[in-house]
Design a protein around this ligand. Structure first.
Ligand code: HEC
Length: 320
């Protein structure tokens, strides 16, 4: 009659965490001393310098698949039951010499609480009381701030700074801080970023009507669309087109455009060819300089094909 309850008590003591252990106090300790490197619950914002400890209770040592453990811990053959955790946390580098886990928990109660926390999380019985505590600096052993007047000298570990928003200077208070983000319409034909052919068609129509202003408007619209929707891939084509349209109205402005275009990608022999041909067909003397420069460049690049081509263009330009 007397022995029966005693057996029940022993069984209970084995199944539950150490008497008086407080899983919530364990969580507080964990947040302060372990969370820098470990996570123990999903989304607890713990660090990743150490393995994930969510579900560590009862787990064989060194088995978080995402963590690169030391050989020492891998070879330890430990399983994290309450007794082993208790031994390990009291003196980790003594229990597993060579382990990279060096943070000891000397206080018996702290260890019991931590283990109760791990066990509660593993078994799904852990219930947090109140909001999670924040990281806090270790208690200062410093008698006081170092002497001196400069502001930083008044700083000591553990000193809390309070920022009072209402006393902050003006920029925080600027009216734009309350601007709300706004949604804009998806641009038309966002899936067709290159509109060169379309605008080019309209340019042709405008030129047929001798409407140079409209043709230049189309070029501006096309080039600006190319810039914002097509990473400016067609910029050279647009500038070439601009020069061609300008030639019909204002040759000086056109030559400026061509010179700038060539200067922008000086090694582009294809583009140079198009520019020289355009200038030649408009009988512009500027063709000569660009053709001769291009000829020299083709020679330098050892490009026989282009050398012959630019020699012909340079000849034609001389005869203008
Ligand atoms: C500075 C970082 C750091 C801190 C702080 C830290 N640990 Fe660790 N811990 C590690 C590293 C790294 C390992 C892996 C050790 C190895 O591979 O040898 C580890 C391993 C462990 C393991 C074994 C896990 C497994 O999967 O086998 C346990 C248990 C553990 N730590 C508990 C704690 C507890 C409890 C605290 C707080 C009291 C703590 N650690 C604080 C870095 C840390």
């Amino acid at each position: 009659m007397i022995r029966y309850p005693a057996i029940v008590l022993v069984a209970l003591a084995c199944a539950t965490p150490a008497l008086g252990a407080d899983a919530n106090a364990g969580k507080n300790t964990f947040r302060r001393q372990c969370a820098l490197c470990h996570s123990a619950e999903p989304g607890d914002n713990g660090g990743a310098q150490g393995p994930n400890l969510n579900g560590v209770f009862g787990r064989p040592a060194a088995t978080d698949p995402r963590f690169g453990y030391t050989q020492a811990l891998k070879g330890s053959k430990l399983t994290w039951d309450a007794a082993t955790l208790n031994r390990f946390l009291a003196a980790p580098t003594t229990v597993v010499p060579g382990s990279a886990m060096v943070v000891a928990v000397p206080d018996d109660n702290d260890r019991a609480n931590l283990i109760a926390y791990f066990q509660g999380v593993k078994e799904g019985t852990f219930q947090a009381s109140g909001p999670p505590p924040q990281f806090s600096p270790p208690p200062s052993t410093n008698a006081g701030p170092p002497k001196g007047e400069a502001d930083w000298k008044k700083d000591v570990p553990g000193r809390v700074h309070r920022v009072n928003v209402s006393t902050l200077p003006a920029p925080f208070d600027s009216p734009s801080a309350s601007n709300f983000p706004k949604l804009v319409e998806r641009p038309a034909s966002a899936d067709r970023p290159d509109r060169y052919p379309w605008h080019n068609h309209l340019i042709g129509l405008a030129l047929a009507n001798a409407d140079y202003t409209e043709a230049l408007n189309q070029i501006n619209a096309g080039e600006s669309h190319d810039c914002s929707h097509n990473e400016g891939r067609r910029r050279n084509d647009w500038e070439l087109r601009r020069g061609q349209v300008l030639l019909k109205k204002d040759a000086g402005a056109a030559v400026d455009v061509f010179n700038r275009l060539v200067a922008r990608t000086p090694d582009d022999l294809d583009l140079r060819g198009k520019v020289v041909e355009t200038l030649l067909s408009a009988k512009q003397a500027a063709a000569k300089t660009i053709a001769e420069e291009s000829l020299a460049l083709a020679r330098k690049q050892n490009n026989r094909d282009r050398e012959g081509y630019f020699a012909e263009l340079a000849d034609a330009a001389k005869r203008l």
